[in-house]
Design a protein around this ligand. Structure first.
Ligand SMILES: NC(=O)c1ccc[n+]([C@@H]2O[C@H](COP(=O)([O-])OP(=O)(O)OC[C@H]3O[C@@H](n4cnc5c(N)ncnc54)[C@H](OP(=O)(O)O)[C@@H]3O)[C@@H](O)[C@H]2O)c1
Length: 274
């Protein structure tokens, strides 16, 4: 389907975080199919590896948990963008989660999660703000359906995604009618390395998930249509709608019961034997 090309060609540049794997990786691939001459700048710890050679973009190696490194990467990125005219599409996609009951031992890891899922998108968007505003463009923030309710056993992750979704929607409203558009994306379970990084051997079998290619395609279409909010998939939209109207305490109990009923412990990495 070639339909998305025309409006996507308006973006001479894609800046994306977390393009080294999963949804971000697929998004780069699809974007370049529609806009083959666009410049791509990726920020993550690992360089994206496309065996078919479709990507030869700029990679800024950065760990978002390192504030000094993030600041330096932003300075470098702004310099590079000054040499490339035209509207910019910024996709704040990097993120990770973690499964388990919160306890004191998790402070370090959860602090890093807030750095990656919350602080980095805010800093990156802020540092590119003058370019986005002057040239017009779009900011896409990859939140999650976890943003729609408190998520016991993924407490910090869900809260970080709720921050991102609310922040993103607020930015959209603040900039309505200007040349800058903001799109908030809430995928549901998607088969990527997210689950391995969250402490699972594989994606827990909790109903039909989606492949990253399908999610990336939906995001690209939402960019083309300048949507405000994308919840990926009908089932996820129904769940999100219910979660949004139920009283908070009920929905928190329900979310806890649901996660428990999936018996996610079964899918966790085995602990090293003592
Ligand atoms: N998979 C799901 O079920 C699901 C559902 C809803 C929302 N999401 C969201 O979708 C986004 C993409 O996730 P995914 O599913 O595609 O998982 P993924 O394949 O694990 O991708 C996560 C990306 O984040 C980057 N990242 C992680 N830690 C980082 C750090 N410290 N500094 C810089 N970059 C870092 C990773 O790059 P490096 O490792 O190279 O640094 C990687 O490219 C995330 O924001 C996630 O929360 C995922």
């Amino acid at each position: 389907m070639n339909a998305p090309s025309n409006s996507l060609n308006a973006f001479g540049t894609l800046v994306i975080s977390g393009g080294s794997s999963g949804i971000g990786n697929e998004f780069i691939r699809l974007f370049l199919k529609h806009s083959p001459t666009a410049r791509v700048f990726n920020l993550s710890r690992t360089k994206p590896d496309f065996s078919d050679g479709i990507y030869n973009g700029d990679h800024l190696s950065v760990d978002f948990t390192d504030r000094v490194a993030l600041d330096a990467a932003c300075t470098d990125l702004v310099k590079r963008l000054e040499a490339v005219p035209g509207p910019v599409l910024l996709v704040n996609n990097s993120g990770f989660g973690s499964f388990g009951v919160f306890n004191g031992a998790d402070v370090e890891r959860d602090g890093c999660m807030i750095d990656v899922n919350v602080r980095a998108p805010m800093v990156l968007t802020g540092r590119l703000w003058h370019i986005l505003k002057e040239r017009g463009g779009m900011v896409v923030n990859i939140s999650s359906t976890a943003a729609y309710q408190p998520t016991p056993l993924f407490a910090t992750y869900g809260a970080s995604k709720a921050f991102l979704a609310h922040w993103s929607l607020a930015l959209w409203r603040e900039n309505l009618g200007t040349g800058l558009h903001v799109l908030t994306v809430c995928p549901g379970p998607t088969s990527t390395s997210f689950f391995r990084n969250a402490g699972f051997r594989e994606r827990p079998n909790v109903g039909r998930g989606m492949g990253p290619e399908r999610v990336a395609r939906m995001i690209l279409e939402a960019v083309r249509q300048k949507k405000v909010l994308l919840v990926c998939g009908f089932r996820n939209r129904v769940i999100a709608a219910f979660a949004g109207v139920l009283p908070k305490v009920w929905v928190t109990r329900l979310a806890h019961w649901l996660v428990k009923s999936f018996d996610l412990e079964r899918f966790k990495h085995r602990k090293e034997s003592a």
